[in-house]
Unconditional design. Structure first.
Ligand SMILES: *Cc1c(COP(=O)(O)O)cnc(C)c1O
Length: 393
């Protein structure tokens, strides 16, 4: 409520800048109205035809901004992420041998950036280990590649490192986050995630020339350098949120309540991505509905079931979101047919979550009669945001 709404140099901006600078160590901070605006600014500057971006997994808006620039986005999740049975805690890791191979194959000058998404939102919400981040960073340094952290869930990722990766128990969550940032050349954040706010984002960079180039785009598309697309109250809230998100009570409740939902669904025999990540439970819709082929979108069928039967809104992360077409307009399916149940922070009580768990009994009892969908309308980019569907009779 005390946001300073001055056009330039608002005290709320100074607070936001100070907080981000202190957390990330990056000198140049560009405020934006949300994460994808920061992506648009940085990746259209770095991208373009012939360029390649490499990530553990590009988030959908990240991939879209890269592809919109004409560049190519390559996902290289770690090997362990393909085995759903093991308890390995860091399935968000990047595949290091694959990174080396891609560098050798394409050459460093073709690679616009390496993006480490923490936690790995499109891949199960699972964390990246400090060890993996250190090795990715070392490879990037060796080949003079730009390393950007998509740090939307940096606090949740720090929680997993502290509790599940050896040698980190005595560090604070914030210190762990700082260590991660120190490995990179910059970061992009959607403040809607681990800054605990309704709107906002930023791009933070180490390099002055790169920051200057991005600043022109910021002013053209978002707003002046000391507010981006944000009101003073938003900037004030981001500064506060970035502090609160690292509180132990908050983080512990957050991670444990997500695991509570995931464990309960797994017990019912719902195929979930294992182990449960930080902000969401991911369901293998392709395994839940083996009778629905990829081109009939089993994930969309589950999203539909959840909404119609339970009023529960989820999102498909499968061939609707990441499918492509070959020359003959035949679907090239996504690697996995997932549905994400993302849990808003500080919104639900345990009884809401218990309700969700109960709805899955109904989902299971209608499992074999559940049918797939066909797409009747779609856009070229991010089609899952606006596509229309019709049930297959
Ligand atoms: C949400 C998100 C984004 C995009 O941020 P918006 O604020 O929604 O534009 C980018 N990357 C990841 C990993 C995200 O979770």
């Amino acid at each position: 409520m005390r946001g300073d709404e001055s056009y330039a140099g608002a005290s709320s901006w100074k607070r936001m800048y100070q907080e981000i600078h202190d957390l990330t160590g990056f000198e140049f901070v560009l405020p934006t109205h949300q994460g994808r605006a920061a992506e648009k600014i940085l990746y259209s500057h770095l991208g373009g035809a012939g360029k390649i971006f490499i990530s553990n997994t590009h988030f959908d808006t990240t991939r879209a901004n890269i592809e919109y620039s004409g560049a190519t986005a390559i996902d290289i999740p770690c090997r362990e992420s393909h085995d759903n049975e093991t308890d390995f805690a860091f399935k968000g890791n990047m595949n290091l041998p694959a990174l080396s191979e891609l560098i050798a194959k394409h050459g460093a000058s073709t690679i616009a950036a390496v993006i480490l998404t923490v936690t790995n939102n499109s891949g199960g919400g699972q964390p990246v280990s400090m060890e993996n981040a250190i090795q990715v960073s070392a490879l990037c340094k060796k080949h003079h590649l730009l390393l950007i952290i998509d740090c939307c869930r940096i606090a949740e990722n720090a929680y997993f490192i502290k509790h599940f990766e050896e040698g980190n128990k005595t560090k604070s969550y914030r210190a762990i986050a700082r260590e991660l940032f120190a490995l990179a050349d910059g970061c992009i954040m959607s403040a809607k995630k681990d800054a605990l706010v309704n709107i906002g984002g930023f791009l933070a960079l180490k390099n002055k020339e790169l920051a200057s180039a991005c600043t022109s785009a910021l002013i053209i598309t978002e707003g002046f350098t000391t507010y981006g697309g944000l009101a003073g109250r938003d900037m004030e809230a981001i500064a506060q949120g970035l502090k609160e998100v690292f509180e132990d009570d908050y983080l512990t409740y957050r991670i444990k309540s997500t695991a509570y939902l995931g464990n309960a669904l797994r017990k019912k025999g719902i195929p979930v991505i294992w182990p449960i990540g930080g902000h969401a439970v991911y369901i293998h819709a392709g395994e839940l509905y083996p009778h629905i082929p990829a081109h009939q979108y089993p994930g969309q069928a589950l999203v539909h079931e959840l909404y119609v039967r339970g009023g529960i809104r989820a999102v498909e992360i499968g061939s609707v979101m990441f499918g492509k077409y070959d020359e003959n307009k035949k679907l090239i399916p996504a690697a996995r047919e997932l549905v994400r149940l993302a849990i808003p922070r500080r919104v639900y009580t345990q009884s809401h979550i218990d309700y969700v768990i109960e709805v899955f009994d109904e989902i299971l009892s209608h499992k074999t009669q559940t049918k797939g969908f066909r797409i009747t309308y779609e856009d070229n980019f991010l089609r899952h945001f606006t596509a229309h569907f019709e049930p297959i009779a």
